[in-house]
Design a protein around this ligand. Sequence first.
Ligand code: ADP
Ligand code: MG
Length: 694
Amino acid sequence: MLPEILFPLYADVTTLKGVGPRMAPLIQKLAGPKVRDLVFYPPSGVVLRRRTTAAEAVEGEIGIFEVTIDRLIPPHRMGAPIKVRAYDGTGFIHLIWFAGSPRHIEGLAPIGSTRLVTGKVEKFNNEVQISHPDHVLPPEKADEIPLAEPTYPATQGLSSRQIRKLCMASVALAPALAEWQDAAWIKQRHWPDWQKALNTVHTPQNEADLSPDAPARARLAYDELLAHQMALARRKLNRQSTPAPVLQDGEASRRLLAALPFKLTNAQARAIEEIRHDLKSGEQMARLLQGDVGSGKTAVAAVVLADAASSGFQSALMAPTEILARQHYEKLGPMLEEAGISSILLTGRDTPAVKRKKAAAIAAGEVQVAIGTHALFQDAVSFHNLALAVIDEQHRFGVRQRQQLQDKGRDGVHLLSMSATPIPRTLELTQYGELDVSRLNEKPPGRTPVTTAVVPLARIGEVAKRLKAAVEAGAQAYWICPLVAESEAIDLAAAEDRAEALRRLLGTEVGLAHGQMPGAAREEVMNRFAANELPVLVATTVVEVGVDVPNASIMVIEHADRFGLAQLHQLRGRVGRGAKASSCILLYGAGEDGGLGETATKRLEILRNSEDGFLIAEEDFRLRGGGDPLGLKQSGFPAYRFADPIRHRHLLLAAADDARLILNRDPKLESPRGQAIQVLESLFDWRTERSSID
Ligand code: ADP
Ligand code: MG
């Protein structure tokens, strides 16, 4: 329900003076359909005007000159500019119009009159020239020339000045609202109240006022972040009050732990503890388990699957690809069996008859753990009593697919998502704010560190030679070629050429796997590589989510500069899984200047210096900074109006804490501050946005 006090802000922009059917769609495109959207449309620049003289004026500045009009020079032919010469006691100022009527200009600037003229200064010798002056006014109208004028992102048919007027009119409609921020916090930050902040943002006096750290902007950024974090925290609270079966460890869990061929790492033990805490709460769990490739997420999953079985419930483990599902089944099946837990593999590859049989077993409750691909959530599959869904590589699934699996439970189904893409804390808060997160920040023992080298593509011959020696000594290698959507055909051809060249060089068979191949063919190549029948596998990033080949100890990545750091890190995680010393060679394509840009070099260096996925993700995020290079918007990253999750990281963290505290103290938002918060949430409207898990 929209609070009444916000009605004026939620009026259509067409209610503003001067906005008709032609302008409304333009405003909507730029800012949005409501008055509120103009209020929240901050200027992107400011024009500063300065009183000056012909002698003192500086090229490029916007000057205000008080002049006497000296002469009008009409166009000497059709289409030539109209010129006016003026004088201010220190020198000449030439005003130029490339269009317009001489009569009109004569009216503006009659010969002999005194005028204030403003515009961008161009200088020739000691004379000033102004093309298309912003203002030509009699001195008594000096007030009409703003010394600082905000400029707005504009569009064809809607100028910055028109937008400014509309924004001014909109801000005037913004009511005074009860403060939703903590009084002490506001004071400590020297932030203005909401209404004042809006006015200030739309009337910048200098460049500094445009900074994201300027008090008014920072305040609005915090408001926005707080509103979003409130919406996420509330969603989390709702989910947590959805009842779900109580799952506890028992005999089967103990037997499974005993069947594990290793001792759990501290990080694994901690994650299991956190998950168990949720599973026995009686409330629905929604937890994200983050851990690098090789950090041992599968074992964590196995333990909690066993907990479900111990408690008499079914569970499902869903993987994004056939290969992964099969690998899980082959690894987990025997362990589960040792613990007395029956499991089944369900994939799209099964014949209809086999599928039916398996589905019947699941429906009858004869099977306790179902492992599979998205075949698991097909309509034909119904569970006897599904209580837990574990989703591997969760980002590979759509929101809807995850929901479908969860819908298969009668009560709430506990959800454990697993991801090998460590995400920066910032993204965690904005994108997965309603999830609880466990992190595996420690690798199982016995992994050999991977030596990483950053090598220019020009030295590819050398790399190939060393590869040949290694292969002859029994090593296996991945050779990764980039595949970019825009140049897919070219990239594929390049991967094929590379495979062919390596074949000739090595004198052996070389595997080639890419996303355009039929699944079965690709799988066969991968399987042969896994069985050490192929020494080298040339691949596009299909191996990214993938197979465990402990004997592979070399990873070559061509055009490493074209990959994201997190992705490179994941690819590198494919080696260093066995006893052999492993290496990763990042080949970078030289740019036009013969080298890499500074940022690109820094990025690859981060990778060379660290194997900590969380650190790499943070650094990558920071370095990429502005714009949307991570495709965040597409991946559900919220489109903030004032907040910049990188620049305002400290505010984001504070807002997340604040939201949690507020809801803890006042879950129904009934206190005066709680009521103010409700208004804030309506103001920013996050409630209507889709979340990453609903
Ligand atoms: P992830 O799914 O996180 O990428 P996996 O679960 O596949 O990683 O584990 C990677 C490898 O490490 C597997 O071969 C697994 O058997 C092994 N492993 C997992 N946990 C441990 C542990 N605590 N001690 C030793 N090895 C482990
Ligand atoms: Mg895994």
